[in-house]
Design a protein around this ligand. Structure first.
Ligand code: NAP
Length: 158
C-alpha cells in the first residue's frame, strides 16, 4: 500500500491562511472524504488543531515531537517520519499525508504519489505554502474534473 500526499493548492502555491483553508469548495471536501475514507490520514499538529476532531472512518495519525493528545478512538500520535513509515507497512489501505506545510515537507522523500486539487485562485496574505519543487521528481499520470469544474491531478514518482 502506498504513501500518498493529498493537497489543495492555489495558483500561488498557497494552502493555508490563519491556520485554516483559505477557501471553501464543497466538491473538493467531498473528493477528499471519498478518497481517504477507509484509509489512514497523517497530519501535523497544527492541522489537527485546525480540523478539531478525528476524521471519521479513518485512522488519524497526528505528528508531534512532544505534545500529547487526550485519548480518542482512531487517533494515534507519532513522533517522527520513520515511525509512520513502519506503520504504513502494517495498515490495511493507503497512508494519506494530508498536511500542512511542515508535514508535507518532512514526508516529501517517502511520498510515492501526489493528488493535487488545483484551486483557481491566488490567495493574498496566505501564510502556508507548498514548496515550489514538491512535484519535481514526479510525472503527471491522470487528471479528473470534479463537479463545479475543479481539476484534480495525480502525479507518480518518476
Ligand atoms: N490546502 C490543503 O490541502 C491543506 C491541507 C492541510 C493543512 N493546510 C493548512 O496548512 C496550515 C498548517 O500548516 P503548518 O505547516 O503550520 O502545520 P502542520 O504541518 O499541520 O503542523 C506542524 C507541526 O506538526 C508536527 N510535525 C510536522 N512534521 C513532523 C515530523 N516529521 N515529526 C514530528 N512532528 C512533526 C510539529 O508539531 P510539534 O511542534 O508539536 O512538534 C509541527 O510543529 C493551515 O493553514 C492548514 O489549514 C492546508
Amino acid at each position: 500500500m502506498a504513501i500518498i500526499g493529498i493537497v489543495a493548492v492555489a495558483e500561488n502555491l498557497a494552502i493555508g491562511k490563519d491556520g485554516k483553508l483559505p477557501w471553501h469548495y464543497s466538491e473538493d471536501l467531498k473528493f477528499f472524504k471519498r478518497t481517504t475514507s477507509g484509509h489512514t490520514v497523517v497530519m501535523g499538529y497544527n492541522t489537527w488543531l485546525s480540523i478539531g476532531k478525528p476524521l471519521p472512518k479513518r485512522l488519524n495519525v497526528i505528528m508531534s515531537r512532544s505534545r500529547s493528545i487526550e485519548y480518542k478512538e482512531r487517533v494515534l500520535v507519532l513522533r517522527n517520519v520513520d515511525d509512520a513509515v513502519v506503520l504504513s507497512k502494517y495498515i490495511n489501505g493507503d497512508m494519506f499525508i494530508i498536511g500542512g506545510t511542515h508535514t508535507y515537507r518532512s514526508f516529501a522523500h517517502v511520498i510515492e504519489k501526489w493528488i493535487v486539487t488545483r484551486i483557481p485562485e491566488t490567495i493574498e496574505n496566505a501564510d502556508a505554502f507548498m514548496p515550489s519543487d514538491f512535484l519535481d521528481e514526479f510525472e503527471s499520470s491522470a487528471s479528473e474534473e470534479l463537479a463545479g469544474g475543479l481539476e484534480v491531478q495525480t502525479y507518480l514518482r518518476e
